[in-house]
Design a protein. Structure first.
Length: 559
């Protein structure tokens, strides 16, 4: 879709909405707004707060048992990696913070449980939405989902509601419209009937977006206030390539998108030819095509994507999802499951990269003027050795269960690398003394994501087994442009010659020392830049799972 096409459509008075693409694809249908059971927010005064807390407890346990049934039911429909959200929901309902907040509100305000649950849900939702991290913002929908469930159960127990409600008109094909879908609603959708989803709010990282991708439903989120209920019943096209929704399209627009969809479908089936194939350039140079991951729950998705391994496992997500420092045993279990889950394929686990935009309250990090350039990642690990050692022990103990590589983020000096290697040697001695098994040939690599590291990559290369270039941070630090600042979009240019030269230097120095060099920043998934990366001699790319087959097909035409 070109800008010209859009203007064309405007000229013909077709109204359009614009949002953010959460799942690609083209869908045709009739807009139908989701209708939820009306539960209201009535605040009533209760005299027996103890009895009211018991009502809440009964509803909470009932909700947990419903979620367990929902988990079983969605296993088949959506696979383990998606069904797991209903286990997470059960855990959220068991969260002591959540439970005590509701009980305290009932007691303090002598209020009914329905009101307390809703209030607490909004408080937690706000906290999640204010977080700097996409993943955590995505959890806001989960807390609303679990609270809505408890509230509906409370009302059903009180005889005020017959059953959980989720309906929409029209038999299909339906473009489902709503403010935001919660995971348990998404799972109930029939993808034969619902061809597209459009939401005024939402996030591309929410479980809803992930489910929509799994179910193959084109989805556009964050449309804003223009998604109004007077659009009910209108014919629409969802263009999950550009993020536009065309309302009441005319014949020629319909025809154009019908053609586009045909081409999309053909391309999709063409990509399937690359499944199970080795990734090679036109001249036959092999490239390793790996996936980025943030959690054990991604494994099925990564395997389904046909990635050849995991090129960046962001271990800090484990810390960010916990309420306290994850123990060695807890981490060991996760790393072991990831390695086993990947069936012997390469898994590169990055050590803790906490700080800046990624934080967890219990770390109680000191406020900093410039957190992106503060005590973060390896700096924090070298200041807090116990924290670092716990993670390294868990990683090395898990190493016997698969093909592990360990990678250190935010390196700026030779001394840091030497110190990390010394600590790893200590860990290996400790494990040997304790007769705990580990692999001795775990690859050890570093991220090149600061200009300093790229410029001294000739000094760093002999110390490590591989480099992985983190172009997200490398771009921000090279161009002095904060990656969190939406106003700096044009400054944050990964194609800037300064960034490209640093990538080139890193690859040259890596190869001169006989080590492989990969890229795990977003630039690796950029089809426009792929040719340049191949030309620069990059050996490995780690990208979002959904890009694997597309990139494999593209690489086959390059170099
Ligand atoms: C990077 O900086 O390019 C990178 C991959 O790490 P993160 O985005 O997690 O900082
Ligand atoms: Mg980084």
């Amino acid at each position: 879709m070109t800008k010209g096409d859009i203007l064309n459509s405007k000229n013909k008075n077709i109204s359009m909405l614009k949002g953010t693409v959460a799942n690609k694809g083209i869908a045709f249908g009739t807009i139908s707004f989701l209708k939820r059971a009306k539960t209201g927010l009535e605040k009533t005064s209760v005299s027996d707060t103890k009895a009211e807390c018991e009502r809440f407890e009964k509803a909470r346990l009932h909700a947990i048992s419903q979620l367990s049934a929902l988990y079983d039911a969605s296993l088949e429909k959506l696979g383990e990696q998606n069904a797991v959200v209903f286990q997470i929901h059960q855990m959220m309902l068991d969260d002591p913070d959540y439970v005590s907040s509701v009980n305290k509100l009932i007691e303090k305000e002598h209020t009914n449980a329905e009101y307390a649950v809703t209030k607490v849900a909004h408080k937690f939702e706000k906290q999640f939405l204010e977080m700097d991290n996409d993943y955590m913002r995505g959890r806001a929908a989960d807390v609303i989902d679990i609270s809505r469930r408890v509230k509906e159960i409370l009302m059903m127990h009180a005889g005020k509601l017959k059953k959980h409600g989720l309906t929409f008109d029209n038999k299909g094909p339906v473009i489902l419209a709503t403010d935001d879908l919660v995971p348990s609603e998404t799972v109930q959708l029939d993808n034969q009937k619902v061809t597209g989803i459009i939401t005024s709010k939402g996030s591309t990282r929410s479980h809803t977006a992930i489910f929509a991708r799994t179910m193959g439903i084109p989805t556009i989120v964050c449309i804003g206030d223009e998604l109004t209920e007077d659009l009910e019943g209108k014919k629409a096209i969802v263009d999950g390539n550009s993020g536009y929704v065309y309302i009441d399209p005319d014949e020629s627009t319909l025809l154009r998108f019908t053609e586009m969809k045909k081409t999309d479908d053909v391309q999709h089936s063409h990509l399937e030819e690359y499944r199970g194939k080795e990734t090679k350039t036109r001249s036959g140079r092999p490239i390793r095509l790996y996936a980025n991951s943030g959690s054990l729950a991604d494994i099925d998705l990564i395997k389904a994507s046909d990635a050849e391994g995991i090129g960046l496992f962001r271990s800090e997500y484990i810390y960010m999802q916990a309420h306290d420092y994850p123990t060695e045993e807890e981490q060991f279990k996760i790393y072991k499951d990831v390695l086993k889950g990947m069936d012997g394929k390469k898994v590169i686990i990055r050590t803790l990269d906490i700080g800046a935009d990624k934080t967890a309250e219990y770390f109680m990090l000191k406020p900093e003027e410039n957190p992106a350039m503060g005590v973060r990642a390896i700096r924090l690990c070298l200041t807090n050795r116990a924290l670092f050692k716990t993670q390294l022990r868990a990683l090395y103990r898990a190493s016997v269960f698969g093909n592990l590589s360990v990678m250190i983020p935010m390196i700026t000096s030779v001394e840091e690398v030497v110190e990390c290697k010394r600590i790893i040697d200590d860990i290996k001695k400790e494990l040997t003394d304790q007769e705990l098994p580990f692999k001795d040939d775990v690859e050890f690599g570093i991220m090149i994501e600061t200009p300093a590291a790229a410029l001294i990559s000739d000094e760093l290369a002999p110390l490590v087994d591989f480099f992985s270039i983190g172009t997200n941070d490398l771009t921000q630090f090279t161009l002095a442009a904060d990656r969190q600042n939406a106003d700096l979009g044009t400054y944050l240019n990964p194609y800037h010659h300064a960034v490209v030269r640093l990538i080139e230097t890193t690859v040259k120095n890596g190869h001169a020392a006989g080590i492989w060099v990969g890229i795990c920043g977003e630039l690796a998934s950029d089809e426009k830049f792929l040719g340049k990366l191949i030309q620069l001699g990059v050996d490995e790319m780690s990208v979002v799972p959904s890009s694997i087959l597309t990139l494999r097909a593209k690489i086959a035409t390059l170099g």
